[in-house]
Design a binder for this molecule. Structure first.
Ligand code: CMC
Length: 389
């Protein structure tokens, strides 16, 4: 095989050059365009961060207003997209609905195939960032058997999403500002994470010049897996299965024996505490002040305490990741576990698109086409069916 490198899982292969997100996993640093995640989570809105990821700089007041207005302009989806969503089974998983609906959007915007034009790309980017929360909220309403709620463009990005989720006829729904801010912070923390599995899929599909809706749907499908964005759903199921603090040591022992993984723990890049998990842990306490304490938090805290002292986890540098505490917040906000991966996909849309835009503008990028180490048979004589043993 000559000089071909074998790198299963790409632990040591850079697939691109990027200026968007910096991670130093050994010390637990995460920066978007050079700004520490802690600062952005404290001072920005999600749309401001999305602008930063896509354009490289924070917007000034006029740029932010124009950006915000243009996102509001695109929040409504075509009625036939809504009808298509209505045709899913009553118990369809919201993430399956999101993936297939975003894929279907490419048929509504065929001009998106002309990915070579920056103006065309800019419109599709706005459409996706604006419409994904609408589709996400529709998928939730579908699972509840409730009528879909159209976007209200007088509301902010996160308020609008919560209203589309929870507003009933004339029930005067008004999201609590503390919950709106918590969701904003969670969206900022999930907005990008350099070349993770789903982002690599976004870039790989984009590298064949496929339209961004098809690429987004592929990225969302990669995110759905329990080792990636599906982990927040798996964490909540795990915490519910453990049930109480006294059952934690038994569960940790089962994880150490290799029977299962401790969900929400470990990361390919972070070999230290995931900085996002630290912010989310603090955010959880603020949300619980409004919603009441989620009793599973005590199970999570005990899991973390035991795991961080245990030689198995210490030796392998396994720390809580972003998914360990996020599900507890979503649950406290009244969101069902099936929505958790969807709540990851909404904010990651900005990151996927920023990475896709960067790859489209990168003159060194070529179609992604890894090689393999072939281990199968070589040229053999064909045996007719009647003569095969
Ligand atoms: N529980 C128990 N053992 C673990 C865990 C875990 N959560 N994660 C890794 N290990 C062990 C693994 O068994 C292996 O042990 P050994 O060396 O004895 O074979 C060692 O640690 C290295 O694991 P790996 O699978 O080679 O590590 P990786 O970098 O390929 O996998 C990971 C990273 C995130 C997939 C993995 O840690 C995992 O499965 N975690 C649980 C799922 C999870 O929380 N995923 C969310 C990731 S963060 C958000 C996102 O990406 O979406």
């Amino acid at each position: 095989f000559g000089l071909m490198a074998y790198d299963p899982g790409y632990t040591n292969t850079a697939s691109c050059k990027s200026r968007i997100t910096y991670i130093d996993g050994d010390v637990g640093i995460l920066e978007y365009r050079g700004y520490p995640i802690e600062v952005l989570a404290e001072k920005c809105t999600y749309l401001e961060v999305a602008y930063l990821l896509l354009n490289g700089e924070l917007p000034d007041a006029a740029q932010l207003k124009e950006w915000d207005d243009s996102i509001r302009f695109h929040t409504v989806v075509h009625e036939n997209i809504k009808r298509q969503m209505e045709s899913f089974r009553y118990d369809a998983h919201p993430m399956g609905m999101l993936i297939s609906t975003v894929a279907a959007m490419s048929t509504f915007y065929p001009e998106a195939k002309k990915v070579g034009s920056p103006e065309n790309r800019a419109v599709q980017i706005k459409r996706l960032i604006a419409k994904v929360p609408t589709i996400a909220a529709f998928s939730y309403r579908h699972s509840q058997g409730h009528p879909y709620v159209y976007p209200n463009n007088d509301l902010s990005y996160t308020e609008n999403f919560l209203a589309m989720m929870f507003q009933m006829f004339n029930n005067g729904y008004k999201p609590d500002p503390a919950l709106v801010r918590a969701l904003e912070v969670l969206f900022i923390l999930h907005a990008d994470h350099e070349q993770n599995c789903s982002t690599s899929v976004m870039r790989a599909i984009g590298s064949s010049d496929a339209d961004p809706y098809s690429a987004h749907a592929g990225a969302a499908a990669a995110l759905y897996g329990p080792l990636h964005g599906g982990a927040n759903e798996a964490v909540l199921r795990m915490l519910a299965e453990i049930g109480s603090v006294k059952e934690v040591p038994k569960y940790v022992a089962r994880c150490k024996s290799g029977e299962m993984r401790l969900m929400g723990f470990g990361h390919r890049v972070y070999k230290n505490y995931d900085p996002r998990a630290r912010i989310i842990k603090k955010c959880a306490e603020e949300v619980f002040d409004v919603t009441g304490r989620n009793p599973l938090l005590d199970v999570a805290l005990e899991l973390e305490r035991i795991a961080l002292e245990d030689e198995y986890f210490v030796k392998r540098k396994l720390y809580p990741n972003v998914d360990f505490y996020s599900g507890l917040i979503y649950e406290a906000m009244g969101l069902p576990v099936t929505m958790f991966p969807v709540l990851f996909a909404i904010p990651r849309t900005a990151g996927w698109l920023a990475q896709w835009k960067e790859s489209m503008e990168d003159e060194e990028q070529r179609i992604q086409r890894p090689r393999q180490i072939y281990l199968g048979e070589r040229t053999r004589d064909f045996v007719p069916l009647e003569k095969r043993p």
